[in-house]
Design a protein around this ligand. Structure first.
Ligand SMILES: *[C@@H]1O[C@H](CO)[C@@H](O)[C@H](O)[C@H]1NC(C)=O
Ligand SMILES: *[C@@H]1O[C@H](CO)[C@@H](O)[C@H](O)[C@H]1NC(C)=O
Ligand SMILES: *[C@@H]1O[C@H](CO)[C@@H](O)[C@H](O)[C@H]1NC(C)=O
Ligand SMILES: *[C@@H]1O[C@H](CO)[C@@H](O)[C@H](O)[C@H]1NC(C)=O
Ligand SMILES: *[C@@H]1O[C@H](CO)[C@@H](O)[C@H](O)[C@H]1NC(C)=O
Ligand SMILES: *[C@@H]1O[C@H](CO)[C@@H](O)[C@H](O)[C@H]1NC(C)=O
Ligand SMILES: *[C@@H]1O[C@H](CO)[C@@H](O)[C@H](O)[C@H]1NC(C)=O
Ligand SMILES: *[C@@H]1O[C@H](CO)[C@@H](O)[C@H](O)[C@H]1NC(C)=O
Ligand SMILES: *[C@@H]1O[C@H](CO)[C@@H](O)[C@H](O)[C@H]1NC(C)=O
Ligand SMILES: *[C@@H]1O[C@H](CO)[C@@H](O)[C@H](O)[C@H]1NC(C)=O
Ligand SMILES: *[C@@H]1O[C@H](CO)[C@@H](O)[C@H](O)[C@H]1NC(C)=O
Ligand SMILES: *[C@@H]1O[C@H](CO)[C@@H](O)[C@H](O)[C@H]1NC(C)=O
Length: 696
């Protein structure tokens, strides 16, 4: 696996806000703005490594990787121009609006800024609708801007926003092209795209195909313009409206940076007025997939609901008030479920993770057979990586377990149709998203025990939530084959990596063995409900025999307090025994309570500043695995401290990319920053929902 490191954040600071903003419930390392899919993931860096502390104005929004995604907000109040988003350079004097507060929920980020005598409230809503595939399939996000006077007077107000062509390619020397239009249902839009489309290609992780849209409702007080950034912004600053001119000199993204702008003239403002913008990406085909019939291109699922890009845009833009209500209900549910499970700090964590987890995923294919694809963002871009789906899957079990079936099925179809030569489960469906073109040669990353274990556990979990035994029957031959591998390898694992591959391979890993053994018990349940009762009895008796042997292999001799080891016989070692969570999830009670109690008591003795290290090899840790451990730690100090340390870390970390899952438990920074491993924006943060699906 390749490590993604040496990221550089492009940002220009043009102004420093004079007043301090509040941050509720916390100040995240990076703030989600438009975060909906692997290619629509735009953030505002906040952590001190190079973010500006969480202010919307004075720094460019960026793609998850740190590359600037030009997105500007200006406002004119009685002729005075204020900047409320991004870092535009203008000839005229521009005052940076004072940000007074920032608040996030599971689906929204809300900034409140003071621009002289008016207050600007910018709400970035990226809806997530786990039960509504039509809406979930759309790769659009909202920006709603509300303006009101903050004194008793009335003010003349014009609002401006633009996007640059930086959204359309990861190489800023590529040529962009654009159009302007109004849809049948009266949405004005700028369409921007890479002139030479390269389907299924990425540069610096950005998509090189598809059409980007920036839209708003048509009305007499809306003007638009495209052209060089300085010209278009300067026009607004000096005049308050745009010329409606369309620049047709299609050119490189970085050649007199073309921008695509709207201005809204609110006229006299005293009470609250607002304007809504929609941003997003339309790709007809989303991924390549090696299915039963070989390699095919799969359409984005939204194309089965809408006949054109602009129909999709129209629907989304017109759906705002319903989308907002649905989102608020979901935000409240996530917050209240989290508070009930483990307090306010837990809600701070889950609310930040939710959008990011879903934005690693993309719905494709047909309404009869939706296929869900995941990008292993930042760590290497693999497709549907099994040991990324495993840490992510708690959020799917929580939000809609059927989505887990859609996500596992591409892997299962590929292997059931004979495209993978190994007897163990594949690691991923393809090395580079969006190409789920399989591994005919079997040379994918070698992580056999981890992945066989993950597949059995997740298929049993899906069954328990849905009672869908037909799905298990369809793929029972694969389950049986993988369980054969587990029976051979789980008790005494050979020299191999676990999902934490950055730590390197090791023989006889205690936690990895435990996963394999629980997965044999999962196979017993799968066999049982699919009518393979002889297999069920056999698997069950093996799992029982193995766990009894594991007790003596796994524990450090004469340790006080007692604990399991990192690897068998290495008595001074220990690690987070997070795979125990699967036993609780599946309700097998395969592992005796004594192990749970012993580990919970032990963990209390090994806390660092920001949680518990992953194991004794390093001080780094994984936030997802910490929450798996918290979930099975009963109502203990270990549980509450793991949760509160992670919430504190979110608030204080210097990391400034979208929520990392790998950080140093002592410093709170990336491991060995700046030359270490930088995991960012990974969908594995779905694992932070572990306490909402299984808790002991
Ligand atoms: C606010 O408006 C008042 C007049 O209503 C004006 O005197 C004052 O300068 C304005 N403040 C700013 C910051 O523009
Ligand atoms: C996906 O495959 C196509 C060829 O079918 C290739 O052009 C493209 O670069 C690949 N994409 C990635 C991200 O590797
Ligand atoms: C946009 O709205 C204005 C004002 O209602 C109207 O005159 C114009 O025809 C509309 N434009 C389009 C393309 O529908
Ligand atoms: C800003 O100033 C520069 C240098 O004087 C000039 O070239 C440019 O045209 C100006 N831009 C605007 C929008 O006035
Ligand atoms: C802006 O430009 C329009 C069109 O040229 C003009 O009618 C208007 O007076 C200008 N407004 C300001 C405030 O300069
Ligand atoms: C706000 O302004 C409008 C139009 O100028 C006026 O009709 C209305 O009474 C004002 N409202 C308040 C609360 O000042
Ligand atoms: C356009 O508006 C009409 C009338 O409200 C509605 O029936 C239709 O579904 C809308 N079309 C789209 C694409 O949203
Ligand atoms: C499963 O394996 C059995 C025995 O090899 C075979 O008869 C059956 O066709 C296979 N089922 C599927 C769905 O491939
Ligand atoms: C794994 O542990 C067993 C039991 O202690 C031991 O016999 C075996 O040699 C170990 N395997 C490796 C590769 O170290
Ligand atoms: C199979 O299911 C039956 C009925 O639920 C249960 O009694 C039995 O213990 C199960 N066997 C295994 C091996 O899971
Ligand atoms: C024992 O664990 C330590 C970490 O605590 C590790 O560095 C070392 O390699 C392990 N030793 C063996 C023999 O596996
Ligand atoms: C984050 O820090 C702020 C300021 O120190 C504090 O008020 C807030 O309670 C903290 N939130 C969390 C979740 O730690």
């Amino acid at each position: 696996m390749k490590f993604f490191s040496g990221l550089s954040l492009v940002s220009t600071c043009v102004g420093v806000a004079s007043a301090a903003s509040s941050f509720t419930p916390a100040r995240p390392p990076s703030i989600p703005l438009a975060v909906k899919s692997p290619y629509l993931t735009t953030w505002q860096a906040a952590g001190s490594n190079s973010g500006n502390g969480g202010y919307l104005a004075g720094q460019w929004p960026s793609f998850w990787s740190g590359a600037a995604n030009g997105w500007t907000g200006l406002i004119r109040v009685d002729g005075t121009v204020y900047n409320w988003m991004g870092a535009p350079q203008l000839n005229t004097s521009v005052t940076t609006a004072d940000q007074t507060s920032f608040t996030y929920t599971a689906t929204s980020s809300v900034f409140v800024l003071t621009a002289g005598n008016v207050t600007v409230t910018a709400t970035f809503l990226s809806p997530v609708t786990p039960e509504d595939l039509m809406r979930q399939s759309l790769h659009f996000s909202y920006l709603n801007v509300e303006v009101s006077a903050n004194d008793d007077a009335t003010h003349s107000v014009q609002l401006y926003t633009d996007i640059s062509a930086e959204w359309v390619s990861g190489d800023r020397t590529n040529i962009a092209q654009w159009n302007y239009g109004t849809t049948g249902n009266n949405t004005n839009y700028h369409q921007v795209f890479r002139q030479t489309q390269q389907e299924f290609s990425e540069i610096n992780n950005q998509a090189e195909w598809g059409n980007w849209y920036y839209g708003t409702s048509n009305s007499t007080d809306v003007t638009q313009q495209s052209g060089a950034d300085a010209v278009v912004r300067g026009q607004f600053a000096s005049n308050g409206s745009l010329t409606n001119a369309v620049d047709t000199d299609y050119r490189a993204i970085n050649d007199r940076y073309p921008v695509f702008a709207f201005a809204k003239d609110f006229g006299s403002v005293n009470e609250s007025v607002s304007v809504l913008f929609t941003i997003g990406l339309c790709q007809q085909d989303a991924v390549q997939f090696e299915g039963a019939q070989g390699n095919v291109s799969l359409p984005s699922l939204w194309t089965t609901y809408f006949s054109s890009d602009t129909d999709a845009l129209d629907f989304f833009h017109g759906d705002f008030s319903d989308a907002q209500q649905t989102a608020q209900a979901l935000d409240s549910k996530i917050a209240s479920d989290s508070v009930a499970a483990a307090g306010n700090d837990y809600s701070t964590i889950t609310s930040l993770a939710f959008r990011q987890a879903f934005a690693g995923l993309e719905l494709t294919n047909t309404q009869d057979q939706p296929l869900y694809f995941l990008k292993e963002i930042s760590s290497d871009g693999n497709v549907n990586t099994v040991d990324v789906i495993f840490p992510a899957h708690p959020v799917l079990l929580y939000a809609n377990p059927t989505l887990l079936k859609y996500l596992l099925e591409p892997l299962l179809i590929n292997q059931a149709s004979g495209h993978y030569p190994n007897t163990y489960s594949m690691h991923d469906l393809g090395s580079s998203f969006p190409n789920g073109t399989g591994h005919e040669n079997g040379n994918d990353e070698y992580m056999p025990l981890e992945e066989c274990g993950n597949m059995n556990i997740m298929m049993a979990a899906y069954y328990q939530k849905t009672q869908d035994a037909d799905f298990l029957s369809t793929y029972y031959n694969l389950t049986k084959q993988w369980t054969g591998y587990l029976i051979d390898e789980a008790l005494m694992p050979g020299n191999q990596v676990s999902t934490d591959d950055f730590a390197g391979p090791l023989s006889n890993q205690t936690n990895l063995a435990l996963k394999g053994i629980i997965a044999i018990q999962a196979a017993a349940q799968i066999a049982n409900v699919t009518g393979n009762t002889d297999d069920a009895a056999n698997f069950s008796s093996i799992a029982t025999s193995y766990i009894n042997q594991w007790y003596s292999l796994s524990n450090a001799d004469d340790a006080s307090p007692a604990h399991t080891t990192l690897n068998y016989g290495n008595d001074t070692s220990w690690g987070l025994l997070y795979n125990l969570w699967a036993d609780t999830l599946l309700g097998y009670n395969l592992v005796k309570q004594e192990i749970y109690d012993q580990q919970t008591a032990f963990y209390e003795t090994v806390f660092e500043e920001y949680g518990i290290p992953l194991d004794t090899r390093h001080t780094w840790t994984k936030g997802d695995w910490e929450i798996f451990v918290a979930a099975i730690s009963g109502d203990s100090d270990t549980r509450s401290k793991l949760v509160s340390d992670l919430a504190t870390w979110i608030n204080e970390t210097e990391t400034n990319y979208p929520l990392t899952d790998l950080y140093d438990a002592v410093s709170g920074n990336y491991p060995d920053y700046p030359n270490g491993i930088t995991f960012a924006d990974r969908p594995v943060v779905g694992g932070l929902f572990a306490m909402l699906v299984a808790k002991n």
